[in-house]
Write a protein that binds this ligand. Structure first.
Ligand code: TRP
Length: 473
């Protein structure tokens, strides 16, 4: 990067080092082509060799022109993944294991940190709240710099929450609620501002969809999000198509990010190719920008250094690895992250669900009868083939989707444990377990629908209007 300050090579990321080597290589070529004095060329070559050495020490790989370092976490379209590795990026989640993705391995590959009991206890001490079941049950299982957020909070320093959703269709399913339910809990526990990005622009770029349709879905999805119970005085929901052009801060941050991330880097992180449209290639800067408080001058009174915490599913991590890599170079704090596991499809934990298959999950607009039929008919069972065998050998909770759904939605820890034991021992049959799930989800969805009905266009508009929130900065 031509305008980045000279910094210690050791502090550079593999991608930055790669850039430096490439740049230096070009410089040597230019000097030679321009018939520069020999000592100047020699100095440039020595620099090149030393950069290549640093690159090799850092990455364990030899520098190869045009081949950016393999991001440890980037398992791109299966082409670079090892045989038994899970595929996880913003567009694909795939594993061959019926239990789902191996999250411990993912933590190692992504270089994030496990959320352990110590951290959960610290959250409990700091907030005085019983940790949310998603924390108690390892559903939010990984983090980056959450200890820093807690340190700041314990010292009365402010922070804010940022999460989002790509409005790919009108209908959301129960899995889509996971980050929002957890974010709502965090917002109440810490009493902080929240911004929610609806990336209708992203859906326009990636799907066969008009901008009008994407915007319409954004507003429809906003209703479901609001129905989770967010406080309008503390929450700003925005559509990219709407807000980006009107904000005095947002676009500035987009171009700051764009100036500091090269095509090689996004290729390495996201697997973009030369034939992807430039809209996709530059989109990561748009998802990065809300991580910086100056993107919301109306909320933060123009302050640029309010730290951000992002709860999200782990497939979104590539965006924020990139964001954290550029943040210090443009003078901003790195956002902290809390990562969740994926919500399994009714058919099994091998893939992330798709909103386009109505039978792949329970949707927020399903009737009680649809919920019952779907679960009975489609929820993958870890039970045995016959009642006799089930009684004798017991069921397998690790692959049973009804049991997995209950770990997400049944609040009572004791009841969950009882169900697990009874199912594993064979005392509880699959049909009975499914009945518990049906009876857990039906009232929950009905209550959601009731709250959603109360949300008028006026309320949606209030949430989506840029304004100061109930916090002083
Ligand atoms: N790209 C996300 C999606 O397709 C949407 C999103 C934007 C998001 N900003 C975010 C998700 C921040 C989590 C956190 O769903």
């Amino acid at each position: 990067m031509a305008d980045s300050p000279n910094c210690d090579l050791k502090s550079l990321s593999p991608l930055q080092l790669f850039e430096k080597v490439t740049e230096q290589g070009e410089k040597v070529r230019a000097l030679k082509a321009g018939k520069a004095p020999k000592d100047e060329i020699d100095a440039a070559v020595r620099m090149l060799l030393s950069l290549k050495l640093s690159y090799k020490t850092t990455t364990g790989q030899d520098y190869q022109a045009g081949l950016p370092p393999k991001d440890q976490a980037l398992i791109n379209n299966g082409t670079t993944k090892e045989e038994d590795e899970d595929l996880v990026d913003p567009w694909n989640v795939q594993t061959s294991n019926a239990k789902g993705v191996d999250y411990d391995k993912l933590i190692v590959r992504f270089g994030s940190t496990k959320i352990d009991t110590d951290l959960i206890n610290r959250i409990e001490r700091a907030t005085g709240q019983k940790p949310h079941r998603f924390l108690r049950r390892g559903i939010f299982f990984s983090h980056r710099d959450m200890d820093q957020i807690l340190h700041a909070y314990e010292n009365k320093k402010p922070f804010y929450l940022y999460t989002g959703r790509g409005p790919s269709s009108q209908a959301m399913h129960v899995g889509h609620l996971i980050p929002f339910l957890f974010t709502k809990w965090l917002q109440e526990a810490f009493d902080v501002p929240l911004v929610i990005q609806l990336t209708d622009d992203e859906k326009y770029l990636w799907k066969d969809m008009t901008t009008e349709k994407a915007y319409e879905y954004a507003k429809e999805n906003a209703r479901d999000i609001i129905a989770c119970g967010f406080d309008v005085n503390k929450t700003f929901i925005f559509s990219d198509l709407d807000y980006l052009g009107s904000s005095t801060g947002f676009y500035k941050n987009i171009i700051k990010v764009q100036k500091h991330v090269t095509f090689n880097q996004v290729k390495g992180i996201f697997g973009f190719t030369d034939s992807d449209c430039i809209g996709k290639i530059s989109f990561p800067a748009i998802q990065a920008a809300p991580s910086f408080s100056s993107s919301f001058p109306q909320i933060f009174n123009g302050k640029e250094n309010i730290q951000c915490l992002i709860p999200c599913a782990i497939d979104q991590d590539p965006y924020f690895r990139m964001t954290r890599d550029v943040a210090p170079r443009i003078g901003y704090p790195k956002p902290a992250l809390l990562h969740s596991v994926f919500f399994p499809a009714l058919q099994g934990a091998q893939t992330k669900m798709s909103a386009s298959d109505v039978n792949s999950s329970v949707f927020l607009n399903d009737t009680p009868k649809q919920i019952k039929t779907k679960i009975n008919k489609h929820a993958f069972s870890g039970g045995r083939d016959t009642i006799e065998e089930h009684r004798k050998y017991g069921g397998n909770c690790d692959v049973d989707v009804s049991f997995m759904y209950l770990t997400f939605f049944l609040e009572d820890d004791d009841k969950l444990e009882q169900l697990k034991q009874a199912y594993t021992s064979g005392e509880l049959l699959t049909g009975e377990l499914k009945k518990v799930l049906i009876e857990t989800l039906q009232p929950l969805i009905a209550a959601h629908q009731e709250r959603r009905k109360q949300i008028t266009d006026e309320v949606v508009k209030q949430f989506m209007t840029p304004r100061k929130l109930a916090f002083e900065f």
